[in-house]
Design a protein around this ligand. Sequence first.
Ligand code: HEC
Length: 481
Amino acid sequence: MGKGHRTMGGEGNRAGRSAAAATGSRVARPVVVAGLAAALLAGAGGASAQSGAPVAPVAADTAPTFSRDVAPILQRSCQHCHQPHGIAPMSLLTYRDARPWARSIRDRVARRLMPPWHLDTTVGIRDYKNDISLTPDEIDTVVRWADAGAPQGDPADLPEPLAFPRADAWEVEAMLGRPPDFVVRSTPYHVVANGQDQWWSPELEFEGFDVPRYIRAAEFKPSYPLGIRVTHHGHAMLRGREPAEGEARPPSVRLVGMGIGKRWDLLPEGVGKLLPPGPATVRFSLHYFPVGEEVTDVAEVGVWLYPEGEVPARVTAGERQFYVDGTHRERLRASDILIPPHGHLVLEDQYVLDRPALIQSFRPHMHMRGTEMSMAALYPDGRRELLSSVNRYDHNWQIAYVYDDDAQPLLPKGTVLMLRAKWDNTAANRINPDPDQWVVFGARGVDEMSHAWIGITYLDDAEYEELAAGRSAAAEAGESQ
Ligand code: HEC
């Protein structure tokens, strides 16, 4: 993988754009463009593809009610977190639960702060497996409901209540229908009640398997309930033990990365990550943030495997780290992060793919001054496509944007993958702890960094040709309908 050219520089304050997108007023419905080809936006980073199509009024004569209109929205986009065992501060399961929060719900929803989904939904790829964002219509419904005094409506209109797994249950178990094949557990760690960030990297023994196995999924589970609150993020890396004389050390395997709002990696059926045979050490890297009470955390990583002897059709590298800040090994990491008080910074970096690749997911990582990160592809034929733009990045959340299978970027060899990060160190940044400070690289939340975790599967030429032919056939079938 070759490293490309980088640019750096301030940028005009474009906060106006995000502010406009965050108003609660009626927003024209964005054109939903199907497929990758249609999402081509040659370098138009901020272009918003909105049509003037009117929003169909939702029962214009009557205000929306909780039972009929709001409860289904809460079920799909809120209750997973807002339930008694969820990570959110209050439950939104019933009318009684939600009613006292109506004003706050209106505010958070109108400003697109809730649900946490920080992607610019008007540009780039539109289809994500884990998309919980609200459509402009749904936002409008919630706002009008709250403005009408949050009426309950007829309880007979309520949808069937949903059942949620306990927060201390494995989430992947509910999806795959079976417990993990093995669990690696940390020794206990004490997080102080008050203070600065704490880091902990326990090394844990794993006896391993005699034969190569393939990983389908892995989940990182801090202890419940307090561990979940103090854990900002965690990674688990598996490394083969010291090899015998003359033997090569097996490659490290990244089992899973978690952050608030993201606990697991589940690969599509038929895609796996190689787990080399033999004993290994699993290293957890945990970043804690004190929450005002002392917490003892024991973190666990559960791993789900393909059955012994089964080799999945495609073997993936999983989530890989692509730096945007300076990573040239000959100098200190990220000496290019230098953000003046009340200033902005934009950094770019690019990676030339020396093999074809399929991208499953995009997860930007910055800290408190980070506000935007985008990923674009410059194809060998010169076309440029904005894939995904997280334009309301919020350090409190680490969200992986997981593409629908048909929407996964399929990139030929020679594609330049372009990443762009933007920081806002002004007072306009809601979570800026202190706009008077210079900001440099560092591991604390008040320092900065920028990289993307990209779920990527490298392909050989034949695999690429086959997938590309499948996509063209699907596109043609779509056009002739
Ligand atoms: C992925 C988990 C998650 C989802 C999904 C989610 N929330 Fe939240 N919500 C949280 C967490 C955690 C907090 C507390 C931290 C914060 O305020 O950002 C929160 C805070 C809030 C608050 C502020 C509460 C206060 O103290 O004032 C409101 C209101 C809210 N959420 C409403 C919603 C609504 C409405 C939805 C769905 C449209 C939703 N949330 C979806 C996790 C979630």
